[in-house]
Design a protein around this ligand. Structure first.
Ligand code: ADP
Ligand code: MG
Length: 413
């Protein structure tokens, strides 16, 4: 009965509260605004680069790079959307294929996606990559179009797979008669070109556009633009927008980050029935985002990293204020044998500890043992209650939650 009352209250509260958002989707990740302040230059440059296709000529390959959240995807989608519309209006034959390489994951999937966009059938898996490429080429040739191929987050693909695919693609025009293709490559990694062979680089970056990080004032403009569409009048305080912009600018001028802060702040305010969004909501939003990020990272760790982390957690429950690699390895091996999985070598485990340190789940610092050399002092980088909460629900590690390691019986509290 109590629960029902509580729920009634929740619903009543929600119904009574004044709405603060009028267009929620405007703050979502895939919304493409029809104005992109402070990207006029990049829009014009990309527009000029691709314009030749309107006169039925192939345009140059364009290479776009800049850090995450600097508007690369938004600008590219915006310009190519307008271009395709213009071409349709003129009765032209321009086609745009967009693939996000990181989401596609493999060369096979990238080409399969390009095939689907042309209406060419390929099975989900099973062909050789070369065969998929060939079907794409034939499909393209038979359509007699000018195709703009956008390879977004291309760095994610090339770093793991090399650049064979790109090389083939840059040469595709040599084998086409009735169609032409141009590549627009987008990279979040500024050093991406170092991963490519020089001939691929020179071919890909016939034109180059750099997206610089936004500064706080530019982020404010972007946020206000979006806020006017998303929020009811008077809901959003100026200080809140200023703080959002300052925080995102301090990171690396990331507009996605700024918009995320604003969206989460709005959700928090809504849930609490507040009718304005203040700086306080932004602070809370930041903590929430950080918390979710840690949670995600924890949940998605590979099994052996989880076991290492759990070992450090168990050591932390004893009165030892920090752990050394040897202790962690010992307890890790015990946990492995408990789960009947074969343990990795101590070297590999050392590597895992470093990785966990880099992403902030562990805190490791090198300590001198005087003439006995150096060792690492290792602690959890996050609260032990969080580790416990996440791992308790974990299929593999969950069953170990009440496990008392034998190697700890001596030092246990
Ligand atoms: P990138 O591809 O460089 O990582 P995105 O283009 O995805 O960045 O931009 C991140 C988010 O910020 C998107 O929601 C996008 O709509 C928004 N955004 C980026 N730049 C602008 C801008 N100049 N004006 C309005 N919104 C922008
Ligand atoms: Mg992007």
């Amino acid at each position: 009965m109590g629960e029902l009352c509580v729920l009634d209250d929740v619903f009543e509260q929600f119904l009574k509260s004044t709405p603060i958002l009028k267009e929620r989707r405007v703050l979502g990740h895939d919304y493409v605004p029809d104005r992109l302040p402070h990207r006029e230059e990049q829009i014009r440059f990309l527009g000029e680069a691709v314009a030749p296709v309107l006169k039925n000529c192939r345009c140059s390959n364009v290479f776009i790079y800049g850090k995450t959240g600097t508007g690369k995807t938004a600008v590219t989608r915006y310009v190519l959307g307008k271009l395709a519309a213009k071409s349709r209006g003129l009765g032209g034959s321009v086609d745009v294929s967009y693939v996000n390489c990181r989401l596609a994951g493999t060369e096979y999937r990238v080409f399969a996606n390009l095939c689907y966009a042309l209406g060419v059938n390929v099975p989900f898996t099973g062909l050789a990559v070369g065969e998929v490429f060939e079907r794409f080429r034939k499909g393209l040739e038979s359509k007699a179009v000018l195709l703009l191929i956008v390879l977004d987050e291309i760095d994610a693909l090339v770093k793991t797979r090399g650049d064979v695919l790109l090389y083939e693609l840059t040469r595709i025009n040599e084998t086409l008669r009735d169609s032409r293709a141009s590549i627009i490559g987008i990279s979040n990694d500024l050093r991406f070109k170092e991963f490519l062979e020089p001939r691929v680089v020179s071919c890909l970056s016939e034109e180059e556009i750099v997206f610089k990080p936004y500064d706080a004032a530019e982020l404010q403009d972007i946020l206000w633009d979006r806020a006017r569409l998303a929020f009811c009048d008077g809901v959003l305080r100026e200080g809140a927008v200023g703080l959002c912009a300052a925080k995102a600018a301090a990171e690396h001028g990331d507009a996605r980050r700024a918009l995320d802060l604003l969206r989460v702040a709005a959700e928090l305010a809504e849930r609490r029935g507040d009718d304005t969004i203040t700086e306080d909501h932004i602070w809370r939003a930041e903590r929430r985002i950080e918390h979710d990020r840690v949670l995600d990272a924890l949940k998605n760790l590979p099994l052996h990293s989880k076991l290492v982390l759990y070992g450090v957690y168990l050591l932390g429950k004893t009165r030892v204020s920090f752990a050394v690699t040897g202790d962690i390895y010992e307890i890790y091996r015990e946990l492995c044998s408990e789960l009947v999985v074969s343990p990795l070598t101590q070297r590999r485990v050392s590597g895992l500890i470093n990785e966990l340190d880099v992403i902030g789940l562990l805190n490791a610092r090198v300590a001198s043992l005087g003439r006995y050399g150096r060792t690492k002092k290792i602690r959890l980088g996050i609260s032990s209650s969080l580790v416990r909460r996440v791992f308790a629900d974990d299929d593999r590690v969950g069953p170990l939650m009440n496990y008392a390691p034998k190697c700890l019986t001596g030092i246990s509290s």
